[in-house]
Design a protein around this ligand. Structure first.
Ligand SMILES: Cc1ncc(COP(=O)(O)O)c(C=O)c1O
Length: 397
């Protein structure tokens, strides 16, 4: 039976495609440090399960299509702490940030339309858009420039009559880059001048190091009606499996129409929303302690990387990823070699090939993404194994 062209043209997740190799070597007794996937190991705050355990009901009913009021209000308070004020009818609860991104694409684009995205980008953006026949036009950014945006002219040159939006994650997955305020203001200007939406994926906001602050697009003036903010508990509160995200916009017409999609899928899981509401009530103390932990991990990763000859990488300042140019011809071959051939005391590492994070063919071939989601002891060991592996691999060639 024939499947749709749409589904056949979708790429496999570059983060998961080498998993069968890792599974095989692990079965044969090798220990693999997973630096390939953004699954945090930090404990989910206890308030999540406590709220669910204390939820007094005999029937788990459908929730509201828009979401549980208690969660919507907790998210409003979360934004309000940064001076960003949303009304109750400007927030929709979704099944993770992923559904918020899919619904946003459906609501603002028709088949054949285009969305500008700085590359390398979160690879599932291709799935959210390609699945509804919308294409991504990449704005190429470079490791040597810390993956910051190119000039306004370079971005504007990519706009066509089919361009509907600019989408970016800030802080960036996979780059770990935090966009500066002048970059956000430039994007706002472009959006106003070319009548585009801005989809600001802020699921890593809060993971900002060295005293930096992840600035929400919600605090940029003059673009209220075109900004859509994507949020999630997955990373911030280490609750990936809860599948709670949200979409917020001051464009009430947009929200009213996205609500139709929410109604079509009925609702998001009721109990997880009850738990998530408590997460959004956590104080800055929680955010600070998590941030300190990730910053220590980032420091370990960056220290080793900066000591390896031939590696190109700017110090990442946000999220928990870094894209690194390695002194190898083909990073995927190296990752597979590390899994299959390399070991020290029965241990090795797994990284994600960065090529799949680019839309432009030929870019990222010698790059990997490292997710620093392991505790500091494991992270030190993993980075040692990377350095050792590179030494042996390059001697061998
Ligand atoms: C940049 C970015 N946006 C969105 C998501 C989706 O997150 P979720 O659907 O778990 O909320 C992820 C997950 O890794 C991500 O990295």
């Amino acid at each position: 039976m024939k499947l749709s062209n749409r589904i056949m043209s979708m790429q496999e997740s570059p983060v998961r495609k080498l998993v069968p190799i890792a599974t095989k070597v692990k079965k044969n007794g090798k220990k693999v440090y997973h630096l390939n996937i953004g699954q945090p190991d930090i404990e989910t705050p206890k308030v999540f399960m406590e709220a669910i355990n204390n939820y007094d009901t005999t029937v788990i009913k459908y929730s509201f299509s828009q979401g549980e009021p208690t969660l919507i209000n907790a998210i409003r308070d979360y934004f309000a702490r940064d001076g960003i004020i949303f009304d109750e009818d400007e927030i929709l609860i979704t099944n993770g940030g992923s559904e918020a991104l899919t619904f946003t694409t459906i609501a603002i684009c028709d088949p054949g339309d285009e969305i500008l995205v700085p590359e390398p980008f979160y690879t599932n953006y291709s799935g959210f858009t390609g699945g509804v026949n919308v294409s991504i036009k990449p704005i190429t950014t470079k490791a040597e420039e810390g993956f910051h945006l190119p000039s306004k002219e370079d971005i504007v040159r990519l706009i066509t009559p089919k361009t509907k939006a600019i989408l970016f994650s800030n802080p960036g997955n996979p780059t770990g880059t935090i966009l500066r305020i002048d970059e956000l203001e430039m994007l706002a200007e472009i959006a106003k001048e070319h009548n585009l939406y801005i989809i600001s994926d802020e699921v890593y906001r809060g993971f900002a190091y060295d005293g930096l602050k992840g600035i929400s697009m919600g605090s940029i003036k003059g673009v209220d009606d075109r900004v859509i903010i994507i949020e999630s508990v997955s990373k911030r509160y280490s609750a990936c499996g809860a599948r709670i995200g949200s979409l917020a916009s001051k464009n009430k017409e947009l929200i009213k129409n996205v609500l139709k999609l929410c109604q079509a899928r009925l609702c998001v899981a009721t109990l997880e929303q009850i738990g998530a509401a408590e997460l959004y009530k956590l104080t800055d103390e929680y955010t600070q302690s998590v941030k300190d932990e990730y910053q220590s991990r980032r420091d370990i990763v960056y220290k080793t990387l900066s000591e390896i000859p031939g590696v190109v990488c700017e110090k990442p300042t946000g999220a928990f990823y870094v894209v690194v140019k390695l002194p190898v011809k083909n990073a995927e071959d190296f990752i597979i070699w590390m899994l299959e051939e390399f070991e020290e005391d029965g241990e090795t590492i797994m990284m994600a090939p960065a090529e799949g994070f680019y839309a432009t063919k030929g870019l990222g071939i010698d790059e990997v993404r490292i997710a620093y989601v392991l505790n500091t002891t494991d992270m030190k060991r993993a980075m040692y194994l990377l350095r050792k592996g590179l030494e042996i691999y390059n001697k061998k060639l």
